[in-house]
Structure formats: C-alpha cells, structure tokens
Design a protein around this ligand. Structure first.
Ligand code: PGA
Length: 302
C-alpha cells in the first residue's frame, strides 16, 4: 500500500466535509486535483473510500476504518512537528541530564540557575554512579552527562569544566585530625570506609594508592557519598571523597580534612555526550552554561 501524507490530508478533509468541493476549497486545490488524489489512494489500497448515492457521498466501511488511521497518523505528525519546533528554540524543549552521584553536590544549583534563565525548558535529572552513568550513555538515554574523566573506549565528545579534588576526611576526634604533613606510611594502620564498586571516586582512590604502593585497609564498603560521610563521622575510619561532597561538614566541623602528602588527588569534571549525537539547541545551551559556570568558579577569589 503506497499512500502519501498528502493523500491522507486530502482524504481526511473530504471525509470531514463529505464534499470534494469543500475539501478543495479548504486545501486551496481544484476539485479535479482532489478527485485525482482520492482515486490514486483508492487504487493503491485496492478499495473504494467513498460511495455516491444520489447527490451525496458517504464513507464506505473501508473509508471509515481508514479515517481512524489517517487521523492517528496526522496527530503523530503534528506532535512531531511541534516537538521539532520546540527544539529549534533555545528557551524550550527538553533536557535530559545524567550526572555522577558526586556531581549532585553542585549540579542541582547549576540546573536551578539554568532553569531560571530558561523557564520553558523541561529538565529531567538522572543521578547515578559512574558505572551506571556509562551504561546510560551507551544506551543513548541522556542528552548530556556530567562526570569524571570519560573512558577512551566509549565514543564521547567531552570537555572538562571544573576541578574535582579528592581529599582524605576523618572525624574531628581522630588521632591524626590535627597532624601536619601526614605521609601514606603514617596511614598504614588506618582503616578506610570506601564507596561501592562502580564509583568513579573509588576507582581514582584505588589507582592513586596502588601507584603510591600503598596497600590501604578497608573497614567497610558503603553505597553513596552520604553513607560514607556518616560512616566517617561515626568513627568507622577515614575516607577519600570529593571535596565537593563535604563543604558543609567541613564548615560545621563535623568532619576534618587530613593534611596528607600528595593529596588532594586532582581530578576534573567533564561534560560529555555521544559522538555523532545531534545536540538540541537547549542541550547545547546547557553545555555552554556548564563550561562558563566552571570557568567562573575557577576564577581567583571566587
Ligand atoms: P562517583 O563519581 O564516585 O559518584 O561515581 C563519579 C566520578 O568521580 O567519576
């Protein structure tokens, strides 16, 4: 069955008016042009869509059934066209952002600032650890991802936008809380609370310790940054976390940062998307917004 969208439009108009003449007027076509479109459509379907009794035309049974489909198809076309129109404007459209859990400590503010400038944008935020974030990118679910350094084997376009220093934290009553220039050898007896497997923070910490030839001791494995921080506060051990996650606790002195030689481990945050993905204007606007916000945050005195 070879029918065109134009034929469906003509058919729908004739069916609505039950008149070739009025359909022709509405569509700014001649009456023979309308008849021709319907004839071609009927011959490619192999069934008549209309029947004439006296001076009136009626839909046949096939025409009735076809009308339901024609309207559905046209509704979908309209929805598609509306969505494309939205996506063409910078201040509308949808934005799907996936972020690593550690990014959540500053990304919500970033998204709130962006939403204030672009009130028509509908934002959905997906927060997960690095490993699940990578599988979401692989499935092409988010428009953009905010994450640690992307792996080379997943084809991503990425740009770094901000520092991500990893520091060692302890509870304020830890024996090393006030010590200066602590070496990793000084931490030989210490125990570490660590993030779940799949966390980028954990991968970076383990890479650093192994490069330094430091076999750290694990006291407990906990899911997510909040659990790790609470574990450290409760005295379960030390932890390596992103400085972004503990700004409040350090200010309130519920946790302290240890002065360890060679730390912080300096990482960067990246904004990334799949190579070949066509970013919508909204997604591109957000990508630029993130990079500019990162640059402002790195300015001296900020
Ligand atoms: P995560 O952070 O530890 O929450 O997975 C991502 C990363 O540091 O790459």
């Amino acid at each position: 069955m070879h029918i065109t969208i134009r034929q469906l439009q003509v058919f729908e108009a004739v069916a609505r008016h039950l008149s070739f003449t009025r359909a022709a007027e509405e569509l700014h076509l001649t009456q023979p042009a309308v008849s021709m479109q319907i004839k071609q459509m009927e011959s490619s379907i192999g069934l008549p869509m209309f029947e004439q009794i006296g001076k009136k035309i009626y839909l046949t049974q096939a025409g009735d059934a076809m009308l339901v489909h024609a309207r559905t198809i046209m509704r979908h076309l309209e929805a598609a066209s509306e969505e494309m129109n939205d996506l063409r404007g910078e201040d509308s459209g949808r934005l799907r952002v996936a972020i690593a859990s550690t990014v959540n400590y500053f990304a919500t503010q970033l998204l709130a600032d962006f939403a204030k400038e672009n009130p028509a944008v509908e934002i959905s935020l997906d927060v997960t650890n690095r490993e699940s974030l990578l599988s979401r990118l692989e499935a092409n679910l988010p428009d953009l991802a905010l994450m640690g350094k992307p792996p080379a084997d997943l084809d991503l376009v990425s740009e770094s936008f901000m520092d991500n220093p990893l520091i060692v934290i302890a509870s304020p009553d830890h024996p090393l809380a006030n010590a200066r220039r602590i070496t990793l050898a000084d931490l030989a007896e210490a125990h570490f609370v660590v993030r779940e497997p799949g966390s980028g923070t954990r991968v970076a910490m383990e890479r650093f310790f192994s490069e330094q030839g430091f076999p750290y001791q694990k006291s407990m494995e906990l899911m997510g940054n909040e659990a790790v921080k609470q574990g450290v506060e409760a005295g379960l051990g030390l932890a390596v976390v992103s400085a972004h996650t503990v700004e409040k606790e350090l200010t309130l002195q519920r946790l302290v940062q240890l002065d360890v030689d060679g730390m912080p481990i300096m990482r960067r945050w990246y904004v990334a998307y799949r190579k070949g993905k066509r970013l919508s204007p909204t997604a591109e606007a957000f990508r630029r917004f993130v990079i500019e916000a990162g640059a402002r945050r790195s300015e001296p005195g900020s």
